[in-house]
Design a binder for this molecule. Sequence first.
Ligand code: S3P
Length: 456
Amino acid sequence: MWPMRTRHQGARSLDQTVTPLAARRSGPLKGRVRVPGDKSISHRALILGALTIGETAITGLLEGEDVIRTSRAMQALGATVERAGAGNWRVNGVGVAGFAEPAAPLDFGNSGTGCRLVIGAVAGCPITATFDGDFSLRSRPQRRVLDPLERMGARAESVAEGGRLPLRLKGARDPIPIVYQPPVASAQLKSAVLLAGLAAPGETVVIEAEATRDHTERMLRHFGADISVEPDGPHGRRITLKGQPELAPAPVIVPADPSSAAFPLVAALIMPGSEIILDGVMTNASRTGLFLTLREMGADIEELDRRIEGGEDVADLRVRFSGLKGVEVPPERAPSMIDEYLVLGVAAAYAHGTTRMRGLKELRVKESDRLAATAAMLRVNGADVEIKGDDLIVHGKGNVPGGGLVVTHMDHRIAMSALVMGLASDKPVQVDDTAFIQTSFPGFADMMRRMGADLS
Ligand code: S3P
């Protein structure tokens, strides 16, 4: 199929182009590939580089639409950001609290992470900035970040109904450090408060009941900030950041994104005869809930050459086709696999037996309502699925009939999950729009085709 023009109403990024695609039973998947750099780390490298005086060199940056939006925002706020070659970027920053007032609204496109992290960083600066995004981002709640940031002295001068974008934020002239307990497990929320806390005197403390991805903490330490992390309760952490540090430039090496690796990985598990190697995948424990769950389901995932790269654990993952069985996924695992439930839903449909994924409330406020969208994606392709409260239940039959058209709702991960599902289903799976894959995994379809996938 070919790109088409759309008449989509409302703010939409990605060139107003709709790109349908279909996946057909194919394979086996064979080959050795490296998926693009981690999205979370890429955003943070640009933002912390921009808050540092001097030059930060970044290698392996994800050059997806979401991260490019963050790089443009950093430029609009006064940093110099240059691309020196594929994945190699240089940032010359302005120092903590040094952002300049941007001349135009900052448009984050589809990216909740870029937007919320930069809201936090701007909240600690004496400037006013307008934040906006596409139709999907405009529908996502921002109140959760504004509440603590207003306690720190920032003010939402105008915000759309329901605490949504567009938002005009006046940063604090004299930010106040706070002790904050996020009401939801969210690394974006934690990071927004820590980034604002950089500009505050004294200690900003975040106490998480459920530990979330810790890239902000690690990178702050890497840039010389005084930050301590202690366990708090059975699953939580207490993070203490000493404000007003002078951040020192430090090179960042971005490992391959485990959330992107999830797609070829699950494809290899469900396509008979497959064996692939995914190079340099980050295995930070705050991100590997999917790998743990798939192993419990019987997946053959081997970690080769475990090593540390750029301060993160990485390994090459050898993945072979595996017979999977249904399992229970506990709610406390959600933060370590929050972006992976869609593709886990696909694996669960190909498994034998029931998989119950508990406590997925947060999925409702992602790029789309992913709880509803995952169920719809599976159901329209003949899988047996239910939603009970905040739980997703998939009754795996060992195969998926396929033949459905999946609506992606401007959500990259729905598009990739649906395509993976169609590589082993009886009939092809059609996807209405794959343009948004560009936000996180440029080159996805070509990489899958090179390994033997039929996507056309
Ligand atoms: C991210 C945190 C998660 C995740 C998102 C990336 C981050 O969001 O879904 O894709 O980089 O901090 P929440 O913090 O809202 O759970």
